[in-house]
Design a binder for this molecule. Structure first.
Ligand SMILES: Cc1cc2nc3c(=O)[nH]c(=O)nc-3n(C[C@H](O)[C@H](O)[C@H](O)COP(=O)(O)OP(=O)(O)OC[C@H]3O[C@@H](n4cnc5c(N)ncnc54)[C@H](O)[C@@H]3O)c2cc1C
Length: 327
């Protein structure tokens, strides 16, 4: 680990000032990802700006919407009675995230911005266009079992690893930001960016911007939602493939469907073709399977991760049926 300067910010403006005035700065909140990246020499900050004391820990939730502070701990949100009642999809996803110990420390904003688990991004001695632009992508011909099959480019096949963002896409969350140019809001579906020819930039955040809050519109899908996560072990483990589904049913017919996938894309992956194949149709095992088959349209295997082409449709199918009460 390289030496760096540590500074703790008392408010957003102090944090932004510290970020702007220092070389190679990084924000740190719960530090569950940042510490690993420091130890692995993936991050070599000049300055680490600690934002964990900023007052963004609220969990305000009701039927007409939710405002959740970016520094709220995952456990506090997962166990909140109103979250369980009005946004059970979010509670479910958070309870399947990492482990109890990590959920007690990790924050909502940090979870959204955690970096890829690609083995080569995390190994500072290998070629990685995301870590060192222009150095190549060792994952293309390497051990790429956990890597992405959707949204990849010639430069990068790193999967976005987080669970929560997948549910937030289904729930139409907006991310509130504070930065050098003032506050702004982005839909969660526009927060992460596919690698294309610039894999180094994972998100659309501008330099120095802090996530302050996650806003959810009025409660939807509380009656009919599901999250299915396939992983190598039942805890402490990221998704190989996951699906979040929210349905509004009219008797046995799907009136509204929102579906997104995780662990398979370079970003949390919305599945509009799957949604369209469900809307206006009677929900059945056959319909769910047909719709789920569309989840891998345009997907490309890099070798080891080819099994995801079969796994993803099964995970999506299970989630659709579970959301519709037919699992
Ligand atoms: C063993 C293990 C298993 C895990 N399993 C899962 C899993 O199954 N599913 C899953 O989703 N995650 C999993 N994780 C990841 C874990 O959830 C994240 O590390 C955690 O949520 C990050 O939150 P943090 O507050 O510790 O972020 P930090 O480590 O402090 O920061 C992470 C990143 O976000 C930036 N950042 C943090 N907060 C803000 C903010 N408010 N504004 C701007 N930038 C910010 C930091 O600069 C940094 O780049 C696992 C982690 C471990 C160690």
């Amino acid at each position: 680990m390289n030496p760096f300067t540590y500074t703790r910010a008392g408010d957003a403006q102090q944090a932004i000032n510290a970020f702007q005035g220092s070389p190679g700065p990084f924000y740190v909140a719960g530090a569950t990802d940042v510490m690993q990246l420091l130890r692995e020499d993936v991050y070599s900050p000049g300055t680490l700006v600690d934002i964990s004391s900023l007052p963004y820990t609220q969990v305000e939730v009701g039927p007409r919407g939710a405002r959740i502070g970016a520094l709220a701990r995952l456990a506090d949100v997962a166990d909140d009675d109103a979250v369980l009642r009005y946004y059970p999809l979010l509670a479910r996803v958070l309870r399947e995230t990492a482990s109890t110990q990590i959920r007690n420390v990790a924050t909502m904003g940090g979870n959204l911005l955690q970096r890829t688990r690609c083995l080569y991004f995390r190994d500072a001695h290998t070629a990685c266009n995301k870590r060192r632009p222009g150095s190549g992508c060792a994952a293309m011909r390497g051990a790429n079992r956990i890597n992405a099959i959707l949204g990849t480019s010639e430069q990068c096949i790193a999967a976005y690893p987080g669970d929560m963002a997948v549910a937030l896409v289904v729930l139409d969350a907006h991310i509130q930001l504070e930065g050098p140019d003032g506050p702004r809001s982005v839909p969660v579906a526009e927060l992460h960016r596919v690698p294309a020819d610039d894999p180094a930039h994972d998100t659309t955040l501008r330099p120095g911007e802090i996530i302050t809050r996650i806003d959810l519109p009025a409660s939807r899908f509380a009656e009919s939602c599901a999250f299915v996560k396939a992983r190598d072990r039942m805890t402490f483990e990221w998704a190989l493939a996951s699906a979040a589904v929210g349905l509004e049913m009219d008797g046995g017919t799907v009136r509204v469907a929102r579906v997104a996938a995780g662990g398979v894309g370079t970003v949390p992956w919305p599945l509009p073709r799957v949604e369209h194949a469900l809307i206006g149709k009677a929900l059945s095992a056959e319909r769910a399977a047909k719709a789920a088959a569309l989840s891998v349209e345009g997907a490309r295997s890099a070798g080891d991760n080819g099994f995801k082409l079969k796994l993803l449709p099964r995970v999506v199918e299970q989630a659709i049926l579970a959301a519709g009460g037919q699992a």
